[in-house]
Design a binder for this molecule. Structure first.
Ligand SMILES: [Fe+2]
Length: 363
């Protein structure tokens, strides 16, 4: 299974994972063979990339995600309803949000060894909700690595899911603007942090710390963030955790103005932001959960051989177990497995691009 940009889809390719719209309705089921009409329909629905099944490299179709598709969709729906309810009737369905956070924590706890393998596919119209759910899941995972108690995970999870609720107070035309914002427009967007805090702090059933996540998630470790230019440990740890998840998940998502960064690119950007934007400890706790080379990635090794990732070493995620399928001259060979964590001379040179994979198939 591999992720292919909408521009590189060809008729005949087979969908590996069901594609949903923002209502949670299936646009295309797993196993469907693409044709021109389907590809056009996906484009129109704002889908920018798709997981494709591939006979050649199909080692790992049963990739487990951290949370089930059912819980993910339920969470997206709950958040969407919360935002709409707050905007229209100034009510927060806190009960539903608390329930879904409990369910997410339960699922993550049941799968303690699963790494984040996939970045999900979202259409643009539900970006905020799907993104917020990911930020919630990723933040809870970081909290677990920091040995948080159940009550802390809940405070963190609720605040992370609702961190951007202040956006309902911001002009939609500015929020959805695909190109650069003027200074005034950016100042308007910045208001969402305080606006979110003002909404959440009115609810006494909610921990004030969850509300502070909304208030502080755009503060920077070096004190150059907004709205209050808090720095270092002056920023609550919950907000520092959410800041890391927020940045990372935005990087691995397709946006109207750019395609998604690859996981390796996103990790290196995150590392460059560490100590400036982000708390080093929180980045460390976060990265412990990320599979640098997700299962099924097609890699080139420093020997020139090509192979696909069949297993991930939890302690050394940059050194996965690779099934070698091609020799250095890109000739198909009898496959064999190499555990990169056990052979220090072997390294991953690069992740193969869609163009390279197509070339390989024509050989
Ligand atoms: Fe935000």
């Amino acid at each position: 299974m591999r992720r292919v940009s909408i521009y590189e889809l060809d008729p005949g390719m087979v969908v590996a994972q069901a594609i949903f719209n923002s209502e949670g309705r299936v646009l295309l089921h797993a196993g469907v063979q693409l044709n021109e009409n389907y590809i056009h329909g996906l484009q129109k629905a704002g889908i920018v990339s798709v997981y494709i099944r591939d006979e050649l490299f199909d080692e790992s179709d049963a990739v487990n995600d951290i949370i089930s598709e059912k819980i993910r969709l339920k969470a997206i729906k709950t958040l969407k309803q919360s935002f709409v309810l707050m905007e229209k009737q100034h009510q927060l369905n806190l009960h539903a949000v608390k329930n879904i956070v409990d369910e997410i924590i339960d699922e993550i706890m049941q799968n303690p060894n699963i790494l984040v393998n996939l970045s999900d596919i979202r259409s643009f119209d539900d970006y905020t909700y799907a993104h917020s759910v990911n930020v919630g899941v990723l933040s809870i995972m970081s909290g677990i690595n920091l040995n948080y108690k159940q009550s802390q995970l809940k405070e963190l999870g609720i605040g992370a899911l609702l961190h951007d609720i202040g956006k309902i107070k911001i002009d939609k035309n500015i929020l959805n603007k695909p190109d650069d914002l003027s200074r005034e427009e950016f100042n308007e967007v910045k208001r969402h942090a305080k606006a979110g805090f003002d909404i959440l702090r009115q609810h006494s059933e909610l921990s004030l710390l969850s509300a502070h996540i909304a208030f502080q998630h755009h503060e920077r470790w070096d004190g150059q963030g907004y709205p209050r230019q808090l720095a270092g440990e002056g920023i609550h740890e919950y907000a520092r955790i959410v800041a890391v998840a927020d940045v990372y998940d935005a990087l691995v998502a397709d946006r109207p103005y750019r395609p998604a960064y690859s996981i390796t690119q996103a990790i290196s950007i995150l590392k460059r932001m560490t100590g400036l934007f982000l708390d080093p400890q929180c980045v460390k706790a976060f990265l412990y959960n990320i599979a640098v080379y997700p299962l099924g990635s097609l890699l080139e090794l420093n020997t020139g051989e090509l192979g696909t990732v069949v297993d991930i070493n939890r302690k050394t995620p940059a050194q996965p177990v690779v099934k070698v399928l091609y020799d250095r001259n890109w000739r198909m060979i009898d496959p064999y497995e190499l555990d990169l964590s056990k052979i220090s001379s072997l390294q991953v040179k690069s992740v193969l691009s869609e163009g390279q994979i197509k070339k390989l198939k024509m050989l």
